[in-house]
Write a protein that binds this ligand. Structure first.
Ligand SMILES: Cc1ncc(COP(=O)(O)O)c(C=O)c1O
Length: 394
């Protein structure tokens, strides 16, 4: 039988790309579940809330009336108008629907922005810890991630002065993510303003991943667009609207750059799912009160989880203010976060994400997601506590 020699046919970059460990932890947890084990999921950043009924109904209605064809490559005009309206309402910024490109999730949006910007050797400045996929996108496209190591003492904040020190003639973009995954840090208006000043002074765009916008428990919500127009904003419906599986995101980009990204989109993706776009219009234009309730529920879970983690000996030097994660220092127990997370999964039946997924700046840390019910979080914390007690006794 013919068998493929993968070493000969796969590109070096496809061999070199690291796995997305959180997905590997999830898949290992699912394998244990298939064997009959009961696992508490605190690894994945996926809201446990169902997508709201009015959003689901809008998708079904769209399918029923035959909205099952390709849309404009930039996405439905009515959805782009709704996005522009929501940025205006929340932040007072005036945008044009022509600046918006609807994508099948924020992940393809990130890919296309990097594809549009990067030449070989171009540098992208980003914090470390970072969202796991960022450097992988940049490296895959021949660019170089330049890391700014942030300190836990100030919540892993990315400060403009440190970014300034990393600028080089090769700097192509500055990547920010607020509220942040994995730290939950929310950037202050001063930091955003400072970074915007660098962008405008040097003509270097900011890529701002705002996917956790609205998930804030302390401080205010902002967009980089309040401070500069030299920015590519990425956002999506996965987190705030509990729509991870629907795969819908968008890019707001400077008008001069739309055409380049539109061409990439046409070639590689054609357009985002038509009826999912219709559902997203319902998400933006429909009732919003239930979102405030979800945020309140996340906040209760955040406080509970923080309390339990600190009581059992994890260090959290600054409280996370947004998203739905706690990045806790576990170095007291183990410096190899991947090994520790595997043991916690296998021995305690709790899935958590190893800090190393988010860069060497988070090695020795574990990321806990509180996008799960308070009952499950409680059970997860109890199991973890029992595991650590055994560990300390042993
Ligand atoms: C910071 C950040 N950006 C982007 C994404 C990808 O989101 P999407 O589901 O829209 O592809 C995630 C998902 O966890 C994320 O945490």
């Amino acid at each position: 039988m013919f068998s493929i020699n993968s070493e000969c046919i796969l590109s070096k970059k496809s061999e070199d790309i690291p796995p997305f460990y959180v997905m590997e932890v999830l898949e290992s947890a699912q394998a244990l579940e298939a064997e009959g084990r009961h696992i508490i999921h605190l690894e994945v950043g996926e809201p446990d809330f169902p997508t709201a009924p009015h959003i689901c109904e809008a998708a079904c209605a769209a399918i029923s009336r035959g909205a099952t064809k390709y849309t404009h490559s930039q996405g439905l005009l009515s959805l782009r108008e709704a996005i522009v309206e929501s940025y205006h309402q929340k932040f007072g910024v005036d945008l044009s629907p022509d600046q918006v490109i609807i994508t099948s999730g924020t992940s393809p949006a990130l890919l296309m922005v990097f594809m549009a910007l990067l030449e070989k050797m171009d540098e992208v400045i980003m914090s470390n810890p970072y969202y796991a996929c960022y450097p992988n996108f940049v490296k895959y496209l021949g660019g170089t991630p330049v890391f700014v190591y942030t300190s836990e003492k100030n919540g892993f904040a990315l400060e403009p002065e440190t970014v300034r020190q990393c600028l080089s003639p090769n700097t192509k973009a500055i990547l920010i993510n607020s509220p942040s995954n994995p730290s939950g840090h929310v950037m202050s208006p001063e930091s955003l303003k400072g970074l915007a000043e660098i962008a405008d002074e040097k003509g270097i765009p900011i890529i701002s991943d705002e996917i956790y916008q609205g998930l804030i428990y302390d401080g205010d919500d902002h967009t980089i667009l309040e401070y500069t127009r030299n920015a590519f904003v990425l956002n999506g419906f996965s987190k705030l609207y509990a729509m991870t599986g629907w795969r819908l995101g968008y890019i707001i980009c400077p008008p001069e750059c739309v055409r380049a990204i539109q061409k990439i989109h046409q070639n590689f993706f054609i357009c985002a799912n038509s009826f999912v776009q219709e559902a997203a219009i319902a998400a933006l234009k429909g009732p919003q009160e239930y979102i405030a309730e979800m945020v309140q529920t996340y906040n209760t879970r955040r406080q509970y989880m923080l309390k339990r983690l600190i009581e059992m000996g994890f260090e959290v030097r600054k409280e996370p203010m947004g998203a739905f994660y706690v990045l806790a220092d576990a170095r007291k127990y183990c410096s190899d976060s991947l090994a520790l997370s595997r043991r916690i999964l296998n021995e305690a039946g709790v899935a958590v994400t190893p800090g190393i997924d988010f860069g060497n700046g988070a090695e020795g840390y574990l990321r806990f997601s509180y996008a799960n019910s308070i009952e499950n979080i409680k059970e997860g914390m109890d199991r973890l506590e029992a595991f650590l007690q055994k560990e300390l006794e042993g």
